[in-house]
Design a protein around this ligand. Structure first.
Ligand code: ADP
Ligand code: ZN
Length: 730
């Protein structure tokens, strides 16, 4: 690769992270500057972060250009990375500064290299030799002169830090400053993995061959939970690392990383780099830099890890690829699964999309031959898929405020007697979804949003799930002022816990709901406790559907299998199908076969029947047929526009203006619907209006939308967001 270097005084174009639109021209500083370099440039009275994007545009008077203030000591962004950011911005219609911010999301990139105090062997004699001092010197010798921090060295030797300091004072150790952002420990891809079952081995062979090709390709790795997909894709990771390239594994949930890091450690002899909201700023910066310098071989992370400046990325694994958390829903709206495919196609890398229940887009791409597909059809070892049964709730006569039917209750009792665990699944956080006044029928809503407030008894407050606003439970009805008539309606997981306590006295109950845990660590500890047998009955929201392994769990009861089928979301059927299968898959991962009971009021609904029949391909084909007929994704294109403003008239007027100016959309054959009030018409005091664009599959939608929006100027207090391939329709 030839380096493009601009000599001092040459005009260069710098893309900043400030919301300015176009790159600005500056003069290269003394010593010159390389294309892709991270720089600080003056902007008015400030200095801002930017990246040298190319030669200056040349139209400006050189005499009036200011010079780049400073070149940062980070590795320049390579051409593929820069190109990826441009194409991701074009795809998502995100302004370049916002996209660049996502790519530079590490703090202190402009700081001088941080130092830390380390200790290494010195020339002096330890002097008085004690047991403790001997232990320290033994560690130093064993590691062949490596540098340690005070804490590391004392910890490895099992002595107090005073002992280490004493040795330094005596000259047996030297104290010095070393740079902080050091490479990650080496992983050893040649270490032997587990012995693979025949179908696993065949799958691993195919993935290894794909990685070896050095070309782009995407593979759907489909297999029920517990079929050993992780073991298989770790082989692809091994192949990639052996080839000297970097690998990235995306996980949908921070709580899953700990288990995964341990597995990598076991397989490759060291831990990979970690990237998610739970790591420190120092770790974040180190990983960002090491990704660029090649000082980290494997990164495990959340969706934004996709925007790390990898030096040579050879493999991206998207685990649980159907998971909705891969779609970033605020700020830059992107789908990490799609961006992974885009990035890999530019890097000459492989993508592995791993799931028991792939999303329809992925399934359809495999059907069409765009993606390869590998199926693992059995569970590893003895574990079998659970038996699935519907419980027709129309035949139950449950007393008021009870939701656990007879079949489920009996099942739970049997499991308790056998020392096994049961999981009760309800995808509703809090105590009760609705609080109603029994005198006037008023329902308590959020003052800021067009949404009902949800009672959280654990917090002793009403909570708005849209904006997070809370208020105390009112004694008197806010509407009719009658006291003592406010009553909860319907169940949330906290209320189910009451029913369970009532009906299964003596049972140890654990409630797993994201809002009940302050930190990822606390949640992880709870999950480990449950996995170890620390509960008889687990009550959980969709948090439990995500890949956690509970070996003693043999019964799953779904309180309301119909819940997700309500509403008009085009993915309602798909989501219900995925969620029910994921949740059922929690049962029977150990030696005993599990049972999943789905409580439903519509046992004949096509989706419920498809779930029970286990005929997955038939479900996908039917769902694909319906979507094709309707011309919706993945057989058509969509984009959602949300306008919001504190001023209701302004937001509707602006929406109407946009609708009038629809020419550029019509020119490519796209249809525009709306403006209409969004399903949640007010959030945080802002009124929301939606427009929806539909187009045929081959249409170049983004340029048309860009041309359409270029006709208007968005008023200052109005927000406009464009969501290409929207996943949620609130
Ligand atoms: P999935 O990713 O499909 O849910 P995993 O790879 O996590 O499945 O495998 C499920 C369980 O089976 C894990 O505990 C894993 O360690 C174990 N396992 C899978 N394959 C093997 C193998 N070949 N040898 C030993 N244990 C295995
Ligand atoms: Zn609210």
């Amino acid at each position: 690769m030839t380096l493009e270097v601009f000599p001092e005084g040459a005009p260069v174009s710098v893309q900043t992270t400030e919301p300015l639109g176009k790159p600005l021209d500056y003069l290269a500083p003394p010593g010159g500057v390389q294309v892709g370099a991270l720089v600080e440039v003056p902007l008015g009275p400030r200095r801002v972060l930017g990246v040298v994007w190319g030669p200056g545009d040349g139209r400006f008077d050189r005499a009036r250009l200011r010079a780049v203030a400073r070149v940062l000591s980070a590795e320049p962004l390579n051409p593929v990375m820069r190109d990826f950011l441009v194409r991701a911005a074009d795809y998502t219609l995100t302004p370049m500064p916002a996209m660049l911010r996502l790519g530079l999301r590490a703090p202190g990139l402009g700081d001088p290299p941080a130092l830390r105090r380390v200790y290494r062997p010195g020339r002096g004699e330890p002097g008085r030799m004690t047991d403790a001092r001997a232990k320290v010197m033994a560690v130093v010798e064993e590691y062949g002169g490596a540098a340690f921090t005070l804490g590391e060295l004392a910890g490895l030797a099992g002595v107090t830090t005073g002992v280490v300091k004493g040795l330094a004072a005596a000259g047996a150790l030297v104290e010095e400053d070393a740079p902080k952002d050091t490479p990650f420990p080496r992983l050893w891809p040649d270490r032997p993995g587990k012995d693979l079952a025949p179908d696993q081995a065949a799958a691993a062979d195919r993935l290894r061959a794909a990685v070896r090709s050095g070309d782009y390709g995407t593979t759907l790795l489909k297999g029920v939970t517990g079929s050993g997909k992780t073991e298989v894709y770790l082989e692809a990771v091994a192949e990639c690392l052996s080839a000297g390239r970097q690998a990235l594994v995306l996980l949908p949930e921070i709580a899953l990383t700990a288990e995964f890091l341990a597995r990598v450690d076991e397989r490759f002899g060291a831990r990979p780099g970690e990237w998610h909201s739970g790591i420190t700023q120092t770790e974040r910066r180190r990983l960002w830099k090491m990704a660029g310098e090649g000082g980290v071989q494997l990164v495990v992370g959340a969706r934004s890890a996709l925007f790390l400046p990898f030096r040579d990325l050879g493999l991206i694994v998207v685990d649980e690829e159907h998971d909705t958390s891969y779609k970033q829903e605020d700020g830059v709206l992107y789908n990490a699964r799609d961006m992974a495919v885009l990035r890999a196609s530019m890097e000459g890398a492989q993508v592995v999309l791993s799931s028991a229940t792939p999303c329809l887009e992925t399934w359809a791409n495999a059907e069409a031959g765009k993606y390869a597909r590998i199926d693992l059809t059995s569970r590893f070892g003895v574990a079998e898929l659970p038996e699935l049964r519907a419980v027709d709730m129309r035949e139950e006569t449950l007393p008021a405020n009870r939701w656990i039917g007879t079949a489920l209750a009996n099942g739970i009792r049997e499991r308790m007697a056998a020392g096994e665990q049961s999981l009760i699944f309800l995808n509703r956080r809090g105590y009760a979804p609705v609080t109603i006044c029994r005198a006037c029928g008023h329902q308590v809503g959020c003052d800021q949003c067009d949404a009902r407030m949800v009672e959280h008894r654990f917090l002793k407050r009403l909570v708005c799930h849209q904006c997070g606003e809370t208020k105390p439970m009112p004694v008197a009805c806010p509407s009719c002022k009658v006291e003592g008539k406010m009553a909860p309606v319907g169940p949330g997981v906290e209320r189910l816990a009451e029913e369970v306590a009532d009906r299964f006295p003596g049972a140890r109950v654990a409630v797993l709901s994201s809002d009940l845990f302050g930190t990822a660590r606390a949640l992880k500890a709870k999950i480990e406790e449950i996995a170890g047998g620390g509960a008889d009955i687990i009550i959980g929201t969709q948090l439990v559907a995500k890949g956690h392994n509970f070996p003693l769990l043999t019964l799953v009861g779904v309180i309301d299998a119909d819940l997700g089928l309500q509403g008009s979301d085009l993915r309602a059927a798909e989501r219900t199908f995925q969620l029910m299968r994921q949740v059922s898959g929690r049962a029977g991962r150990g030696e005993r076969r599990g049972v999943a009971l789905l409580q439903t009021y519509q046992p004949d609904h096509a989706v419920i029947r498809a779930i029970l029949s286990g005929e997955e391909e038939a479900f996908w084909r039917a769902e694909a047929g319906a979507r094709r007929a309707a011309g919706v994704p993945p057989y058509g294109r969509m984009a959602g526009i949300v306008l919001s403003s504190p001023d209701v008239a302004q937001v509707f007027d602006f929406g109407a203006d946009l609708a009038r100016l629809r020419g550029p959309l019509e020119a490519v054959g796209a249809e525009l619907y709306g403006p209409a009030p969004a399903p949640i018409a007010r959030v945080r005091g802002r009124h929301r209006v939606r427009l929806l664009i539909k187009a045929a599959k081959g249409v170049a939608l983004q340029p048309a939308i860009a041309a359409w929006l270029a006709q208007v100027k968005v008023p200052a207090n109005l927000r406009l967001s464009v969501d290409i391939d929207p996943q949620s329709f609130y």
